[in-house]
Design a binder for this molecule. Sequence first.
Ligand SMILES: [Fe+2]
Length: 396
Amino acid sequence: MFRISVNELRSGQVAARSTHNPRDPGAVLLERGRKLNERIIRPLARIGLQSLWIEQGGTEQFDQLVTEAQLSRQRDILKGLNAVFRAAGENKITDKMLAVFRNVTLALLAELRESPRVYFPFEELRADPDYSLLHSFNVCRLSLMLALEMGEAANEGTEKSGELSDVDYAFIGLGAIFHDIGRAAVAPEVLAKEPWDLPNRERKEVEAHAVRGFRLLRDRMGAIVANIALCHHAFLDGYGYPHQAEMEESGSHLPGGKNVHPYSRLVSLANAYEELVSREGYIAIEALEELNCARKQQFPAAALQALNRIVPPFPPGEWVTLSSGHGGVASTFDPAHPFLPRVLLLTDARNQFLAKEERLELCLGECGRSRIVRIRGRSIEHLLPEQTDGRWEDMR
Ligand SMILES: [Fe+2]
């Protein structure tokens, strides 16, 4: 199977996964195995669906990118998280409810350790009911991936040195999964508005979620977890919130007289990436470009470099179009050459599917000037560096 933008679907293609309606997550929109026609394809973009997984002989290598077992485990975690957020909104949270998530975090860590570089399409669960829950789960997963990738560097600036212990990972995982718990007390109609549409009073109410989360977590989960909730919108260049004075006022005193814990910086980066992709509709390469260029000063360089090593700009399994006009599926991700994946060619320059014996897997780095110019139905040429054998760090 491969994943393609709904705008590039063709009649006759077959859905490889059941797809839920983004506007009504309980409802299955398309059954797995459903053959597409124009009547089915046309409304998909209108209701907010971005992409579909399509069955295709010869692309079985991508079938296991996300397993049903993984998705079902994740749905269970979201259910538990839903109960915590609801209790937080009603002021009925108990220590026990939160403590359960220590094991959830460690189980997730074990899963990630087993397959450390696994590509994870973050939108895979977007059809689940509450955006805040999915966002929290994704930020937790990405924060743990970042910490694993950074290794000892994740502990720089903390009281400890050397590799992270499971206790440290649990701090990061818990801080990440509960970083937005303060939002549970904000009215749903306020949360539903775009940030730029909020009148001043409501903007302050939303921003107060950081301090509210800190207060809720401080006595129950300790200073580091609470600091992550407090500082996930506070950036290294001084932008964001809460401001220095508000942080001091909140009583967040960390060892060494610091206001922002290094783990909070790491979760802040995971949060920024996830927000761009899930809330603002960026695709991976657009979000990476924004964070590496315009917002480079907002995050520690080591964390940003780790992000670049774990998030592929051309995710394996995604349909891509080459400058030659050929189409195919990105099949590998090499962090040393992120813009040069291997591509399994499936269509010719006239957009016709190739016969089985004509298909080949190209390594873009070895085949002259061909480069990827479209992914997920968007033109991305302007985002590529001049020399596509470079890395994000070499750009600008
Ligand atoms: Fe937040």
